[in-house]
Ligand binder design. Structure first.
Ligand SMILES: NC(=O)c1ccc[n+]([C@@H]2O[C@H](COP(=O)([O-])OP(=O)(O)OC[C@H]3O[C@@H](n4cnc5c(N)ncnc54)[C@H](O)[C@@H]3O)[C@@H](O)[C@H]2O)c1
Ligand SMILES: CC(C)[C@H](C(=O)O)[C@@H](O)C(=O)O
Ligand SMILES: [Mg+2]
Length: 364
């Protein structure tokens, strides 16, 4: 049966990395005899320019008719001074809320061949395999806010059901992994964190096989780069998860390799790299497409239940690193940096040596 994927390239390097990921999905479809239909729509700055709205109705409608969403990135200096409702980032927040994508999964895995790109010592990063489960539709991002000329406020609110569902989700995921859950909060200061911590304590009786620790976000930020291999699943609120996941990119040496899946309670999801639109390298053809390609693998795994196909993409990416091919953000001393296009060609060749590139697809 045909699967429909809505593709939202967005801004900056978004279109470049999404083009690469779509081509990888096409190669997978051909090799495994699936039919994927790609429908394109605007979000973010591109949508503001065309529709004066960072999330136009036609984009929502297209996503509603599809089985999954693949997104590049939004934002850029062109729109930085827009009023808050007309900022590209608002489109992203609205699509997450509209589809109730409350669970943002951000895996961080250190593939051995990546490790030369990390500024951290090899013995610190070599066994890292962790998953950040970030609450995505509550907290500071969605609380009451206001600003006048001289004052502004943003408020941080969480309800019991909002915390319960993300905590349950994280426990369930920990069960499928190494059964260790770290709940990250700021319970020494924030009431929302105290409620969060109480709920984790209540829930742990339902998951007796999972070990639980609580950790304050400030010291977690330190431990995440001094002892990252100690973590299995980290569950945390929206903003802490945003910050910790970018920090975790130091482990792999680049933001350009970290994928994410934003899920609701069924299998529907939005898949996007953790990184942003990287405006300073946009249009140069040098962006690392690995994070978006790996996000496409998560799409196959979580929304389509295609584990073998997802693993084939992950293996292809890892083989390309293993063979010493990197884009500029990861190319260490003595290694020639490949373009987005050249690097993607190598992934395609790993997936299917017989694959012929669709020449109608352009790498920007
Ligand atoms: N999900 C999203 O759409 C998303 C996420 C984060 C930031 N943003 C937006 O992106 C814009 C730029 O933000 P920023 O600069 O703080 O963060 P960024 O993630 O765009 O870039 C941070 C650094 O990482 C580099 N980088 C990021 N992705 C890369 C890739 N694939 N290949 C090579 N290098 C890469 C950039 O060049 C830059 O040096 C802002 O408007 C921000 O709001 C969007
Ligand atoms: C662009 C921004 C709204 C977004 C976030 O903070 O969630 C981004 O940083 C991310 O990590 O996806
Ligand atoms: Mg972020």
């Amino acid at each position: 049966m045909e699967k429909k994927i809505t593709v939202l390239p967005g801004d900056g390097i978004g279109p470049e990395v999404v083009t690469a990921a779509v081509e990888v999905l096409q190669a997978v479809a051909k090799k495994y005899e699936h039919s994927f239909h790609f429908a394109y729509a605007t979000i973010g700055g591109a949508a503001i320019d065309q529709h004066n709205d960072p999330l136009p109705t036609e984009t929502i409608e297209l996503c509603e008719e599809s089985d999954a969403i693949l997104l590049g990135a939004v934002g850029g200096p062109k729109w930085d001074n827009n009023p808050s409702d007309l900022r590209p980032e608002k489109g992203l927040l609205r699509i997450r809320k509209h589809f109730d994508l409350f669970s943002n999964l951000r895996p961080v895995q250190a593939i051995p061949s990546m490790l030369k790109s990390s500024p951290l010592k090899e013995e610190i990063v070599q066994d890292v395999d962790l998953l950040i489960v970030r609450e995505l539709t509550g907290g500071l991002y969605f609380g009451d806010r206001n600003r006048t000329d001289d004052e502004a406020f943003d408020s941080l609110t969480y309800t019991r059901p909002e915390i319960e569902r993300i905590v349950d989700n994280a426990f369930t995921l920990a069960r499928l992994r190494r059964k260790k859950l770290t709940s990250v909060d700021k319970a020494n200061v924030l009431d929302t964190s105290r409620l969060w911590r109480e709920i984790v304590e209540e829930k742990k009786a339902q998951y007796p096989d999972v070990s639980v620790e609580h950790s304050l976000v400030d010291s977690t930020a330190m431990k995440l780069i001094t002892a990252p291999a100690d973590y299995d699943v980290i569950v945390t609120e929206n903003m802490f998860g945003d910050i910790l996941s970018d920090e975790a990119s130091v482990i792999t040496g680049s933001l350009g390799v970290l994928p994410s899946a934003s899920m609701r309670s069924d299998n529907f999801g939005l898949y996007e790299p953790v990184h942003g639109s990287a405006p300073e390298i946009a249009g140069k053809g040098i962006a690392n497409p690995a994070a978006t390609i790996l996000s496409a693998a998560m799409l196959l795994q979580y929304s389509f239940g295609m584990s073998e196909e997802a693993k084939a993409i992950e293996k292809a990416v890892s083989n390309v690193f293993e063979k010493g091919y990197f884009t500029g953000d990861m190319a260490h001393k003595g290694v020639q940096a490949l373009s987005t296009n050249e690097w993607t060609e190598r992934v395609l060749a790993e997936i299917d040596p017989a694959y012929e590139k669709d020449e109608s697809m352009t790498f920007i």
